[in-house]
Ligand binder design. Structure first.
Ligand SMILES: Cc1cc2nc3c(=O)[nH]c(=O)nc-3n(C[C@H](O)[C@H](O)[C@H](O)COP(=O)(O)OP(=O)(O)OC[C@H]3O[C@@H](n4cnc5c(N)ncnc54)[C@H](O)[C@@H]3O)c2cc1C
Length: 307
């Protein structure tokens, strides 16, 4: 996570990409005593890993989040945390890649991957077949379906979540707020405020279920005095690629040497995107990895079948 943060800083400060990256920290808050204990336990655990957390009482939360409601009992502050605009990040990266001579085939489905000769993988797309020297499978929740013909069982399930984004007039970006019982995050930026929530296990259905979305703003108002009308907000649904142990799958396929897996990032794909790209670059160029990749290997799952 720390490596990702420093890579994000490089992408903005050194590469000059602008995707709303802000290192303002994050505040979590709770309304019920049951969560007071879990905040303390989590902060002790994170402390062991050198991650700074300050446990806050009511007045400490109010200092960082003045719009806090009367129901909030306490929380925690994660000063090292950051946030960004994910869509702008992808657009900026794609533009830089194209400007550097890379070519991106958009609106073209990969139908399946097939085993070729000498460890290579053939990519069957809606626009014909490609015989690539190296394929990186990074198709999020859809990765398992694409890999099926390789007799590769990727234990990834889609976890559907929603966001509600409301444009606002410019202002300084505040601190993102995690509302613990409601499992909802509030992210203010210079031009919008966004609520994200829900974890629905409903397969690949990306339709917006208005019943699910309509409860998000009322749930957030139990923590924050929000006077915005979320009825006019843009609703979006996305699929988190969930693995059974919540850890991504990153590494070379054990037999198909022309295939690198970079998927299953669950709830942390934005946070872990730069470090994943960095690891994939090391794998692709056959450099020794600077991190231990063993915990990320696909082989950690029992019963995984591979060729
Ligand atoms: C509501 C919500 C809130 C979230 N909040 C956070 C957060 O605060 N922090 C965080 O770190 N993460 C967050 N996440 C999780 C994060 O979005 C994911 O972990 C991340 O998007 C996974 O990245 P990915 O590139 O592996 O997959 P994706 O982002 O899903 O990208 C996969 C891409 O592959 C494409 N694709 C799929 N099938 C095919 C095919 N057959 N042919 C061609 N292309 C294909 C898709 O169109 C898509 O563009 C959130 C997710 C949701 C839904």
């Amino acid at each position: 996570m720390r490596r990702s943060l420093s890579l994000y800083e490089d992408l903005t400060a050194v590469e000059g990409l602008d995707f709303g990256f802000q290192r303002n920290g994050l505040v979590s808050m709770f309304r019920t005593e049951a969560f007071a204990d879990s905040v303390v336990t989590t902060s002790r655990l994170l402390d062991e890993f050198g991650i700074r957390v300050e446990v806050l009482d009511r007045s400490g939360v109010a200092r960082l989040a003045p719009s806090m409601s009367d129901e909030v009992l306490g929380g925690a502050y994660f000063p090292e945390d950051a946030h960004l605009d994910p869509a702008a990040f992808v657009e900026q990266l794609a533009a830089r890649f194209s400007a550097s001579g890379g070519s991106i085939l958009t609106l073209t489905d990969v139908l399946k991957l097939r085993a070729g000769t000498r460890g290579r993988v053939l990519v069957e797309t809606a626009a014909g077949e490609r015989n690539a020297q190296l394929v990186v499978l990074a198709a999020g929740a859809w990765s398992a379906g694409i890999a099926r013909d390789l007799k590769l069982r990727l234990p990834i399930e889609p976890g559907k979540g929603y966001s509600l984004t409301l444009p606002i007039d410019g202002g300084p970006a505040g601190v993102p707020i995690r509302m613990l019982e409601a499992n909802t995050t509030y992210t203010p930026t210079a031009h919008s405020i966004r609520l994200t929530s829900k974890m629905d296990l409903v397969g690949f259905d990306l339709t917006i279920d208005r019943n699910r979305v309509s409860g998000m703003a009322p749930a957030a108002r139990r923590y924050l005095k929000l006077d915005h009308d979320f009825g006019t907000a843009t609703a979006w649904a996305g699929l988190r690629p969930l693995t059974p142990d919540g850890v991504p799958i990153v590494g070379r396929h054990p037999h198909l040497t022309g295939l690198i897996l970079a998927t299953g990032h669950g709830q942390l794909g934005v946070a872990l995107a730069p470090v994943t790209g960095w690891l994939v670059a090391q794998l692709a160029t056959n450099q020794p990895s600077e991190l231990d990749l063993k915990p990320l290997e696909l082989q950690r799952f029992e019963g995984v079948r591979s060729r």
